[in-house]
Design a protein. Structure first.
Lengths: 582, 322
């Protein structure tokens, strides 16, 4: 990274860096300032941070509503109490990790319904599970509770101060891990499935894996809470893990935006100190829950939790500053093209037929995209163009006919596997993941780490936004361009573009056409382009297939097809007809 | 860990064993005593079942009309019922106190409806339902602060009525609950399909914008449905409170039975919702045959929710059609 960039990056991040340093110092000196009760509360707040982080992963990042986080906590507590009771006393931090691990299988078990059941339905299932777990743990007391046993911490962490440091250390470690995961493909896939599962699968990333990993990690973090509470209090009852607690934790997490570390910290502080302040004021501490319930509604009305709101403001300011800097990236630094192979065609469909009930959306379509070409697929609305893309990329469960990528049949592969095999696509409605930066999104698609220079070069090639920009801050037309770039970065064998030019101004559209023309040579990939913009099609494509009512009505060289007046008159309309004469 | 596993195994074994034993009873049909006991257990669950059915009805109505699954539905009704109890204990007669209780449920529900219309008119189902989770947290807390979670002694509905079927006494509240659920399901279905106003309501439910363009009073009808939902749920709670032990928290969590019932009707059919609610109640009642399974009577709803959703959603490979 050039020195100037480092300086700018440091300057834009300075407030954040200062805040983190100040926070760490505060954490370190806190025990010497606090009396024992206040230290107990501070430790409790640190423990509560874990609950928020666990919701931040499964709900905040992956968008799955889970209302049973404290049930995971109960499992963690149960496991630790059981181990203690049977003489398996290990160092406290290890016990805490084991508590987290104990909850993981249940987290994975809940991820299985989540593969098909989404949104509120999943919320109903998780609330049901929370109620069931509550009954289960009231019937089966935590080991040792009945005997009134007290489980002491291991010697190193016996003092309240050392336990406080241990808890804070675990919180920081969890935050670093979450931050690192956020930069990895798996973290990107969590944010992705929240936005669109189809978009994630189209990047060659497994949706099931994203769901299972996020639920597992979330259960792990929540399980640690139970273990930490046992370590903190020596004894614990099911009262700490009732469904109400899960609901309240959920409300707090939504209110603060627990996806982000500062949100999780805030959730920990609110969760402990709001009730405490109320108690000090002589008010029933439970009124705090009303604050959280209403605060959550406020966050939903505003569309963002507190931390999310701050981040968005901060990001927009940074984006403004960035705009003032000249874009400096040479197109030349794009990675070498995919090596050519000697397959007869890049993509070949024979007899592709898709039926929805009694409607035949595609009727025996044959189509061949030659290697190294840009092939257009045109036709009126409802002709079956997008259905064709869906079928080819694996998003339609049952179809008849054969699809060959190069010389290989891919009919039995899932959407994710097809993407990995070298078929990439964009979506008509534009499904680039808005919560990711351009850089992360491109990397998620490419399945590899990429230099900032390489991404910048790709963006320069397609006239896209700077790599550090978050996609939510980019207009919809430009997001489609980023989607195209993401497809190219994966260096696929064929790229299916579903109306990439929609939403672009006409001069941008002309540039896009010129760039599409260059794609085969530069990236070693063929293109199947769907667009209504005949100018774009004429600029970029050497071959054209015309589809109507699910049938191919013309196919061949661009000029040949455009000369086919029946096609032009019937399906492209008068305006394009005059254009083709020109 | 292993103890828990063993307990789980023992639990499922017991479940199977108990069921086999009950089936065996029926088959033998000896003195009829065992069969009668089973019948009694089933009938005892009907009261909870009728509450689940009524809550389910309201959930379906507000879901169709306002595009939201109201997690706070049961807590509104519970709050209304406890308001009634306060007045009754203060010396009011049953009927006026009950009317105020029903009105309280209606007002809470209408308030939420207004919040939805005012602040979340364009929001997704998920967001709106998230709001009701926030309301549920608020209502649980408020209720516990005001009424506490001690068991309360509620006056019974129709204390002097009972019917004897096959030697088993079906008490008045159960009759009231089932009758209300069945009459409402049948009546509402007939009303929605057979009257002009009903057609308007269905129009609002399926195409609110089109309905508004056609001059149908969308706002008014939606609010009316919210109000009806609150009233019906409060009535359900008044009916079951005496037998449920009158605990605020437990009654609020009956939302799960309601959700399971509504899922039985796939959030569409009112008769199927009522049938689902009653079946859940019967299954829960049968569980009380076994002492170790009695606490899990309410978990029948969870199991049913899981099964219905897994079956109905099994083909939903993707989050969106396109």
């Amino acid at each position: 990274m050039p020195f100037a960039d480092v300086v700018v990056a440091a300057r834009t991040r300075l407030p954040a860096i200062l805040a983190v340093v100040a926070g760490l110092i505060a954490l370190a000196v806190l025990p010497s300032l606090l009396e024992s009760y206040a230290l107990f509360l501070a430790t409790s707040a640190a423990i509560a941070t874990f609950v928020a982080m666990s919701i931040g992963v499964v709900t905040g990042r992956a968008g799955m509503m889970s209302l049973c986080q404290l049930s995971f906590g109960a499992i963690g507590a149960w496991a630790v109490a059981y181990l203690n009771l049977h003489g398996w006393t290990l160092a406290t931090p290890l016990m805490v990790l084991l508590g987290g691990l104990a909850a993981v299988p249940v987290g994975i078990a809940l991820a299985i319904p989540a593969l098909r059941v989404r949104g509120i339905n999943l919320a109903i299932i998780t609330l049901g599970f929370a109620a069931f777990a509550e009954v289960f743990f009231s019937q089966n007391d935590l080991p040792g509770t009945n005997e009134g046993l007290f489980f002491p911490r291991s010697a190193t962490f016996l003092s309240d101060e050392s336990f406080y440091y241990m808890t804070c250390g675990l919180v920081l470690a969890a935050m670093v891990v979450l931050w690192l995961l956020g930069r990895r493909p798996v973290g990107g896939s969590w944010l992705g499935i929240r936005h669109s599962e189809r978009a994630v699968a189209a990047l060659g990333v497994s949706v099931a894996r994203a769901k299972i990993t996020s639920f597992a990690l979330s259960a792990f973090l929540a399980g640690m809470v139970g273990a930490l509470l046992v370590a903190q209090n020596g004894i614990i009852t099911v009262d700490s893990f009732r469904s109400t607690q899960s609901l309240v934790a959920f409300a707090v997490a939504i209110m603060v935006g627990a996806r982000y570390p500062e949100g999780a910290v805030l959730a920990g502080i609110f969760g402990i100190f709001v009730p405490e302040i109320l108690r000090q004021l002589g008010v029933n501490e439970d009124y705090g829950n009303i604050v959280f319930g209403l605060g959550m509604i406020g966050a939903l009305a505003g569309g963002a939790g507190m931390a999310e709101g701050w981040r968005a403001t901060f990001r927009r300011r940074a984006a403004q500053r960035e705009d003032e800097r000249p874009a400096a990236a040479a197109v030349g630094s794009i990675a070498a093209p995919r090596p050519a192979d000697d397959a007869r065609s890049a993509l070949r469909l024979s007899g592709l037929t898709v039926r929805y009930g009694s409607i035949t959306a595609l009727d025996g379509v044959d189509l061949e995209v030659a290697p190294g070409t840009v092939h257009a697929l045109i036709g009126p609305n409802g002709a079956g163009k997008s259905t064709l893309v869906d079928a080819v990329t694996g998003f339609i469960a049952g179809y008849d006919g054969e699809i060959l990528l190069g010389d290989t049949r891919i009919d039995r592969l899932s959407a994710t596997r097809r993407a990995r095999a070298g078929i990439r696509r964009t979506f008509q409605q534009g499904l680039a993941i808005p919560t990711l930066t351009v850089q992360r999104y491109i990397e998620l698609s490419a399945h590899r780490r990429m230099g900032r220079g390489e991404v910048a070069a790709l963006m320069a090639f397609l006239d896209g936004p700077p790599p550090g920009r978050t996609l939510a801050d980019v207009d919809v037309g430009t997001r489609r361009i980023v989607e195209v770039a993401a497809g190219l970065a994966a260096r696929p064998r064929i790229l299916l573009l579903d109306e990439p030019g929609a939403g672009l101004a006409s001069e941008e559209s002309v540039l896009l056409g010129a760039r599409l023309l260059e794609i085969p040579e530069r990236f070693g990939c063929s293109v199947l382009l769907i667009d209504h913009d005949m100018e774009l099609v004429k600029t970029a494509c050497s071959a054209i297939t015309v589809l109507d009512f699910g049938r191919v009505i013309a196919s061949g060289d661009a000029e040949e097809v455009f000369a086919h007046t029946a096609v032009v008159d019937a399906y492209l309309g008068a305006e394009e007809a005059s254009l083709s004469d020109a | 860990m292993f103890t828990s596993l063993k307990q789980t195994v023992r639990l499922s074994y017991k479940l199977t064993y108990e069921n086999l034993r009950t089936v065996g009873c029926v088959c033998q049909a000896t003195g009829g005593g065992c069969r009668r006991r089973m019948f009694e257990s089933a009938v005892s669950g009907l009261i909870t079942g009728s509450a689940g059915a009524l809550i389910g009805l309201c959930l379906v109505l507000t879901y169709r009309m306002a595009g939201v699954i109201n997690f706070a539905q049961a807590s509104f009704g519970t709050f209304g019922a406890f308001t009634m109890l306060q007045l009754y204990d203060a010396g009011w007669a049953y009927l006026p106190a009950a009317v105020v209780g029903l009105a309280t449920g209606a007002v809470l529900s209408v308030l939420l409806g207004l919040v939805m219309l005012r602040f979340f008119p364009e929001a997704s189902v998920d967001t709106k339902t998230g709001v009701t989770i926030g309301i549920l947290v608020t209502m649980l807390t408020a209720g516990l602060l005001i009424f506490g979670n001690d068991p309360h002694q509620f006056p019974a509905v129709l204390p002097n009525v009972s019917v004897t079927i096959g030697g088993v006494v079906v008490p008045g509240p159960t009759i009231a609950g089932i009758a209300l659920a069945v009459v409402l399901a049948a009546g509402l279905t007939a009303y929605l399909n057979g009257t002009r106003r009903g057609t308007q309501i269905r129009a609002v439910a399926s195409r609110p914008v089109t309905a508004e363009v056609l001059g149908i009073p969308v706002r008014g009808l939606t609010i009316a449905i919210w109000g009806a939902g609150g009233t019906i749920t409060a009535a359900a709670m008044l009916i079951i409170a005496p037998s449920q032990g009158g605990q605020y928290y437990q009654m609020s969590l009956l939302i799960l039975s309601g959700l399971a019932a509504a899922l039985c009707g796939l959030f569409r059919s009112l008769p199927a919702t009522v049938a689902g609610g009653l079946v859940i109640g019967i299954l829960g009642g049968l569980l009380t045959e076994s002492k170790s399974l009695t606490p899990y009577a309410d978990s029948v709803a969870f199991v049913l929710i899981l099964v219905i959703l897994l079956v109905s959603q099994r083909k939903e490979t993707w989050d969106a059609v396109r």
